[in-house]
Ligand binder design. Structure first.
Ligand code: ATP
Ligand code: MG
Length: 560
C-alpha cells in the first residue's frame, strides 16, 4: 500500500499564501467554514477537513465557522449536532461566533428561489420523479426539456407558493433551475432546488414542508457567511459550475471560491457515515464510540490523542487526489505522541504468582520509579513491594535457550525498578500448568549489579500481590482483517476481524493506576499504550483499553 497522500504539502495553504503575498486579501480576512451534515458521527476523514479548515484559519489569523448543512431533516438528529461540537472541541478547535445552520437561511433561500422564478431562472416541474429521471438523459446522451419548463413566472410563483403551503403532495412537483438539459455536466441539467418533504426539522420544527436541495443551499450559505475559501472534497468538483451559476444569478453578499481537495481513506477501516452506521446498528460494535471505529469519538475512547491526529493530518498533507493512507501511518503518529507524553506504569495481563522465599512475610517496602524516562516534569510513582508478586505467564519458563532473557529456573532476572531475583522452582497444578514460581532475591541489587558479577540478562515487569489492584483490560485490534474492506470482492461486513476485541479480566495493576482519571493514558511497560476507559473506569473497578502495542505488529503480516 502506498501512501499516495502522504506528502506533508498543503496546496491550499500555499494558494492562500500567494493571494496574501499578491495583496488580494489580508490574512485576517480569510474566512473558512467546516460544514458537516448532522447525520452521523464524524470520522477520521472529517478530522482531516477540521484540521484543514480550522488549521488554516489559525495559521492566517482568519476565521472558521461551524455550519451544519442540515437540508435533509429525515436523516438528521440533534444527537449528531451535539456530538459534532464535542468532537471539534476535543480536537482542540473552536468556531468563530455563533454556530450557523443552513436551516437558519431557509427564509433567505426561499426569497432567492422567488427571485429566480421572477427572472425566469427557475420553474416548477410536475414530472413524476421517475419521469424526471428519464428526461435527465445519461452521461452519453443529452436530456430532454420537461413539458413544464416554459411555465410563466406568474404560474411558477403560484405553484411554488402552493408547494410551500402544504397543498401539494410529496413527489407531485419540484422547483428546478432552468439551465441546460443538454449540458455534458449532469449537475447542470436543470437541477432540483426545492422538494416537498412533509417531515419536521430538528431546528425549524413544522415551519417548512419544502426543503432546499444541498446544491441550492451550500454555495449560498457560504456566500451569506462571507466565506472566502470554500473547501470541499473532490467529488464536488463537478458541482462547482452549478455553485457558481447560482451565485451569479442571486443578489448574494459575497463570492466564495470553491477549492477541492483529496478525500482521506485509510486501509483496514471504513470512512463513510453510512457504513459506520450499519456497523453500529447491526451490533458489530458497541456504539459510535466503540474504540475499534475510525469515528473521532471512537478514537478518543481508544486513547488516541488530539495531538496525534493533528500530527497525522499535517503529515499526510492536502493534495489534489484521493489517496489511501496506510493505517500504520496513523498508528505511528499515535505511538509517537504517547511515547513522549504518556507516563509509564506496570500492569500484568496474564498473571503468574511469584513467591520470594527469602523475603520475610511481614515485611514490605516501597520503590520510587520515574514517571517517564526523559520527562522530569511527570511525577514519580511509588511501587510497594513484598514477598508475593505477579509476573506475566509468558515471562517464565522452566528451561529455555539463551534467547529467552526472562525468568528461567537457575537464572537471574531483574524486576523492573526493583531487585534481581533467582528462580529456584515452580509449582504445577494436577494437569501440569505452572501456578507458582519460587525465587530468592538479592538484597544488594537495588540499582546495583549483583556482587558476584553475573548480571541478569533481562528485565521483567511485575505487580505486588498485596498492594496491587485487579483490573479489566480490553485488548483492541483492527476491526477488519482486509486492507480494503469496502472495495474489491465481497461485502465489508464479511471482512470483520473476529479477534478485534479480547476482554481480559483479573489483570494486576500497580496501585497508583487505580487512581487514574478516566481518559488518562499510560505506557504499560513492555506491553503497550493504554487508556483508562472514559465511561467504565473507576478506582473500585479499573478498566483500561489498549490503544496500541509498542511496536507495529502488523508490519510483517499486514499490508500487501
Ligand atoms: P460521509 O460520506 O462519511 O457521510 P460526507 O462528506 O457526506 O461524509 P459531511 O458531513 O458532508 O460528510 O462532511 C463535512 C465535511 O467533511 C465536508 O467538507 C467533507 O468534504 C469533509 N469530509 C468528509 N469525509 C472526508 C474525508 N474522507 N476526507 C476529507 N474530508 C472529508
Ligand atoms: Mg454525506
Amino acid at each position: 500500500m502506498t501512501d499516495t497522500a502522504a506528502t506533508g504539502n498543503n496546496f491550499i495553504r500555499d494558494k492562500i499564501q500567494r493571494q496574501i503575498d499578491a495583496g488580494e486579501l489580508r490574512g485576517s480576512e480569510v474566512q473558512l467554514r467546516f460544514p458537516p451534515e448532522p447525520n452521523g458521527y464524524l470520522h477520521i476523514g472529517h478530522a482531516k477537513s477540521i484540521c484543514l479548515n480550522f488549521g488554516l484559519a489559525e495559521h492566517f489569523g482568519g476565521k472558521c465557522n461551524l455550519r451544519f448543512d442540515d437540508t435533509n431533516p429525515a436523516k438528521e438528529d440533534l444527537e449528531y449536532v451535539d456530538s459534532i461540537q464535542d468532537d471539534i472541541h476535543w480536537l482542540g478547535f473552536d468556531w468563530s461566533g455563533e454556530i450557523h445552520y443552513a436551516s437558519g437561511y431557509f427564509d433567505t433561500l426561499y426569497d432567492y428561489a422567488l427571485h429566480m422564478i421572477d427572472n425566469g431562472d427557475a420553474y416548477v416541474d410536475s414530472l413524476s420523479p421517475d419521469e424526471a429521471r428519464e428526461y435527465r438523459g445519461t452521461l452519453t446522451e443529452p436530456g430532454k426539456n420537461s413539458p413544464y419548463r416554459d411555465r410563466s413566472p406568474t404560474e411558477n410563483r403560484q405553484l411554488f407558493e402552493a408547494m410551500r403551503s402544504g397543498e401539494l403532495e410529496e413527489g407531485s412537483c419540484a422547483l428546478r433551475a432552468k439551465i441546460d438539459m443538454a449540458s455534458p455536466n449532469m449537475n447542470m441539467r436543470d437541477p432540483i432546488m426545492y422538494r416537498i418533504r412533509k417531515v419536521p426539522h430538528h431546528q425549524t420544527g413544522d415551519k417548512w414542508c419544502i426543503y432546499p436541495s444541498y446544491d441550492f443551499t451550500h454555495g449560498q450559505s457560504d456566500a451569506l457567511e462571507g466565506v472566502t475559501h470554500s473547501l470541499c472534497t473532490l467529488e464536488f468538483e463537478d458541482h462547482r459550475p452549478l455553485y457558481e451559476w447560482f451565485l451569479t444569478k442571486l443578489p448574494v453578499p459575497a463570492q466564495p471560491q470553491q477549492t477541492e481537495f483529496g478525500r482521506l481513506n485509510i486501509n483496514y477501516t471504513v470512512t463513510s457515515k453510512r457504513k459506520l452506521r450499519l456497523l453500529v446498528d447491526q451490533g458489530h460494535v458497541a456504539g459510535w464510540d466503540d474504540p475499534r471505529l475510525s469515528t473521532i469519538t471512537g478514537m478518543r475512547r481508544r486513547g488516541y490523542t488530539p495531538a496525534a491526529l493533528g500530527n497525522f493530518c499535517e503529515a499526510i498533507g492536502v493534495g489534489r487526489s484521493d489517496g489511501v493512507v496506510d493505517m500504520s501511518m496513523l498508528e505511528h503518529a499515535v505511538r509517537g505522541d504517547l511515547d513522549k507524553n504518556a507516563p509509564r506504569a506496570m500492569c500484568v495481563l496474564d498473571p503468574l504468582k511469584v513467591i520470594i522465599t527469602n523475603y520475610p512475610a511481614d515485611q514490605s517496602e516501597e520503590f520510587i520509579a520515574a514517571g517517564h524516562p526523559n520527562r522530569d516534569d511527570l511525577p514519580s510513582r511509588t511501587l510497594p513491594f513484598s514477598r508475593e508478586l505477579y509476573i506475566e505467564q509468558d515471562d517464565f519458563r522452566e528451561e529455555a535457550n539463551k534467547k529467552f532473557k526472562r525468568m528461567v529456573i537457575g537464572k537471574k532476572v531483574r524486576l523492573r525498578n526493583g531487585y534481581v531475583l533467582l528462580a529456584e522452582s515452580c509449582v504445577k497444578d494436577t494437569v501440569g500448568n505452572i501456578v507458582e514460581v519460587h525465587c530468592s532475591y538479592d538484597a544488594d541489587t537495588l540499582g546495583n549489579d549483583p556482587a558476584d558479577g553475573v548480571k541478569p540478562k533481562g528485565v521483567i515487569h511485575w505487580v505486588d500481590a498485596k498492594a496491587g489492584k485487579r483490573a479489566t483490560v480490553r485488548l483492541y485490534d483492527r476491526l477488519f482483517n482486509d486492507p480494503t474492506p469496502d472495495r474489491g470482492e465481497g461485502e465489508y461486513l464479511d471482512k470483520l476481524n473476529p479477534e478485534s476485541l479480547r476482554v481480559v479480566e483479573n489483570c494486576w495493576i500497580e496501585p497508583s493506576l487505580a487512581d487514574a482519571a478516566p481518559e488518562d493514558r499510560f505506557q504499560f511497560e513492555r506491553t503497550g499504550y493504554f487508556v483508562a476507559d472514559k465511561l467504565d473506569h473507576s478506582a473500585d473497578k479499573p478498566v483500561f483499553n489498549r490503544t496500541i502495542g509498542l511496536r507495529d505488529s502488523w508490519a510483517s503480516q499486514g499490508s500487501a
